[in-house]
Design a protein around this ligand. Sequence first.
Ligand code: URA
Length: 268
Amino acid sequence: MSADHIDHEAALAALMWLVELGADEPIAEAPVNRYALATEAAKPATAAAPREASPAAASAVRAPAGPDPVAEAEAMAARAQSLEALAEAQAAFEHCDLKKGARNFVFSDGNHKARVMIIGEAPGREEDLEGRPFVGRAGQLLDRMFAAIGLSRGSPDAESALYITNVMPWRPPQNREPDASEISMMLPFLRRHVELADPDVIVLMGNTPCAAALGKRGILRLRGNWTEAFGKPALPMTHPAYLLRNPAAKREAWSDLLELKAKLKELE
Ligand code: URA
C-alpha cells in the first residue's frame, strides 16, 4: 500500500477508531466559530484589580463568589420526595457544563422496585440519543450478563428485576470519564437516588461509580469484593465495555454475578 492509497479495510478501521474516540458527528447542528472560542479562552476569568488599588478596592472589583454547585445539588436533592421529583430536580441543575453538550438527560431505566440497582458511569452516544442508560453495545452485554442469573430490567417482579442509573446523566464529550468536580456535583443526586429507590444491593459498574460511591478507583482490584456504598451492600464489577475489549475478563465477571446471586439469596 502506497502512502497516498488507503484500502477499504484500513479506511473502515480508521473510521471506527474515530467513532471510538467520540468523533461521531461530522457536522454539528450549529456552526462553531473556533477562532472566537480561542479569544474567549484567552481572556482572564475575572477583571484584574488596578496595581495601585487598595485591598478594599481590589476586592470590590473581584467577581462575586458564585453559588456552590455541590451545596445547591444537595439542597435540590434533599427536597425531592420521589424519583420523579428527583429526576426533575437533577434535570434542572444548571452547574454541570456537560448538560450543554448533551442531547438528552438520562436518568434511569428498569424497575425502580428492583432488589438490584446498577450504577454505571455516564451515557454514551446511543444512550444520549435514546435518553436511556445502557442501550448501546455495552448495555446489550449487560442485559445478557444479568439475564444469565435471572435478572432483567424489563421484569415487573422486584425479585427478578434490575434498576439502572449512571453517576452522570449527561454524555461527556468524546465519551471521556466525568472529572472529579463533575462527579462531586452529581453525588448528592446519586445518594438521594439510592435512598429513594432503596434497593437491597448495589452494583458499581467500573471505576467512575467506585470513585463516586467509595472514593476509590482500581476496579481490577476492587471487583468481586463486597463493600458498602450509601449504606447498602455494594459489589464493584468490571464495566461491560471493558469486557467487550477484554473477553478473557468475562470469566471473573461470571464469578461476580454468581456472588451477587448468592448475596440476594442470603438477604432474602
Ligand atoms: N456506559 C455506562 O457506564 N453507562 C451507560 O449508560 C452506557 C455506557
